[in-house]
Design a protein around this ligand. Structure first.
Ligand SMILES: CC(C)(COP(=O)(O)OP(=O)(O)OC[C@H]1O[C@@H](n2cnc3c(N)ncnc32)[C@H](O)[C@@H]1OP(=O)(O)O)[C@@H](O)C(=O)NCCC(=O)NCCS
Length: 193
């Protein structure tokens, strides 16, 4: 699978997240206990944690294992020409990842708190889902969220996924607890058998 490096929505540009985004993403969400509460990794303590994460993300993109886009608001685009050459200089406010799984992908996303409540996550996910749906070898797009994470569940529903069930003791969310918690799983599939 080779997804597009750049995608565009009404309010966002999506481009591969790189180590150059470390400071912006550390400030936007990675260092924020509230924004990372339901994520699968511990809240970052220093910008080096975010840099290491992004180094890994870049390698995973190259390997085709996972594709993490930085979400860049168009409003922050200081370039009067709106040219793509400046994309790497605009601070991103969130990230969306698509990890390759057998016959499909697993989705994850996060926004900085000041960007919550505006439908931005859905907007980014709809764009990525649009591309995934156009790929005949992608049969399943799925995501989980912690039970009771209604905001995230709604993002998934509004992006075209449906609730499949509750996976009991599915995942450790280390900022919540050391033990695995139950998770809701949502999916879109190419066709029902
Ligand atoms: C989860 C997250 C991505 C949501 O993104 P967002 O763009 O701010 O989402 P919104 O606030 O626009 O809300 C999405 C939907 O949830 C609804 N919603 C919000 N709070 C809700 C609640 N308590 N119960 C039910 N629905 C709720 C909103 O009304 C909206 O529905 P709508 O699209 O039908 O209007 C964002 O809060 C975030 O980045 N959180 C931290 C990281 C995270 O938890 N990621 C997901 C891990 S599974």
């Amino acid at each position: 699978m080779r997804p597009p490096r750049h995608l565009e929505t009404n309010r966002l540009r999506l481009r591969p997240a790189t180590v150059h985004d470390a400071a912006a993403l550390f400030d936007a969400y990675a260092s924020d206990p509230q924004a990372t509460r339901y994520l699968s990794w511990r809240t970052h303590e220093t910008v080096d944690d975010t840099r290491a994460f992004l180094e890994d993300a870049q390698a995973r993109w190259t390997d085709g294992a996972e594709f993490i886009w930085a979400l860049v608001p168009k409003d922050a685009d200081a370039d009067p020409t709106g040219g793509r050459e400046t994309l790497d200089t605009i601070d991103p406010v969130g990230a969306l990842g698509a990890a390759a799984t057998p016959h499909g992908v697993e989705i994850g996303y996060v926004l900085g708190r000041s960007w919550w409540g505006q439908g931005m996550a859905r907007e980014a996910l709809v764009a990525v889902m649009g591309w995934l749906r156009s790929q005949p070898d992608v049969f399943r797009v799925w995501a989980y969220c912690a039970v009771d994470h209604h905001q995230s569940a709604r993002v998934l529903e509004r992006s075209g996924m449906t609730y499949e069930g509750t996976l009991r003791r599915w995942v450790v969310l280390p900022n919540l607890a050391d033990e695995p918690c139950d998770a809701w799983v949502y999916s879109w599939v190419r066709h029902d058998q």
